[in-house]
Design a protein around this ligand. Structure first.
Ligand code: PEP
Length: 252
């Protein structure tokens, strides 16, 4: 059975004190229930990783929101995959639409980031998704397939098996607009069959494909019940312990 992963993307939010409070509240509320094939990852600002690692454990971990494509060097202000490895960070979000939009990250750059993350034992949570205009033009499935192909399909199968995919329609991120369960299922099934066309049915069946985009306590259960939706990448609702815990509990 493939992993069901609920990941919180805190983005650039929380002070150090608030970060500890939020993490310990979440862990206290759900630690006993995160079992079996379910995992929870809190993707927090880099500077809080070591402090927050003390509060998590078992199937709950802290992850990163990005890494640089080079291993080290004169890149002021950046954080590398070997640095994250040295802290035993298990997951790193790559290709979030905010990184693509505000920091000009391209499919080719993301392929480099995916490579260095995997070379350092980090599992990428690779984000893909279409804009509203692309959805309205009805070419969204081709665009999403291209994002996956361009950044991931150079990987050998065993490395691809370490990648988690997050389908995040840009029009649903932080907007309160959520893809319907049918819309999410259509794209997730298309991504899975695209993976099968390259790596075969077994690899595709084992790939975790999360949904992200205004997931909340009220819509999570319906989205997570879709056969090809394997948990969620959650932004705004991961910043409040009660909301995030309710989303985790929706994964049954
Ligand atoms: C995200 O940023 O990955 C995200 C899905 O945000 P939100 O849940 O706030 O839409």
């Amino acid at each position: 059975m493939r992993k069901q992963i609920v990941a919180g993307n805190w983005k650039m939010n929380k002070t150090a004190e608030e970060a500890v409070a939020l993490t310990s509240e979440i862990v206290n509320m759900v630690a006993d229930e995160v079992t079996g094939s379910v995992e929870v990852v809190l993707c927090v600002p880099f500077i809080y990783l070591p402090a927050l690692q003390r509060y998590v454990g078992g199937r709950i971990s802290v992850g990163a929101q990005n890494c640089h494509q080079k291993a080290s060097g004169a890149y002021t202000g950046e954080i590398s995959a070997p640095m994250l490895k040295s802290l035993s960070v298990p997951y790193v979000i790559l290709g979030h639409s905010e990184r693509r939009q505000y920091f000009g990250e391209t499919d080719a750059l993301l392929a480099e980031k995916v490579d260095i993350a995997l070379a350092n034992g980090l599992k990428p949570i690779f984000c893909c998704g279409e804009s509203l205009e692309q959805r309205q033009n009805e070419d969204y499935l081709a665009i999403i397939r291209d994002q996956v192909t361009n950044s991931l399909f150079h990987l050998p199968a065993e490395q691809f098996g370490q990648v988690v995919i997050a389908y995040e329609p840009i029009w649903a991120i932080g907007t309160g607009l959520t893809a319907s369960a049918d819309q999410a299922q259509e794209v997730h099934a298309a991504i899975r069959s695209h993976i099968a066309s390259k790596y075969g049915a077994e690899v595709a069946d084992n790939t975790t494909i999360q949904y992200g985009g205004s997931v909340n306590a009220a819509n999570a259960a319906e989205l997570f019940a879709c056969p090809d939706v394997d948990g969620g990448l959650v932004g705004g609702a991961s910043l409040k312990s009660r909301d995030f815990v309710d989303i985790i509990k929706a994964i049954r």
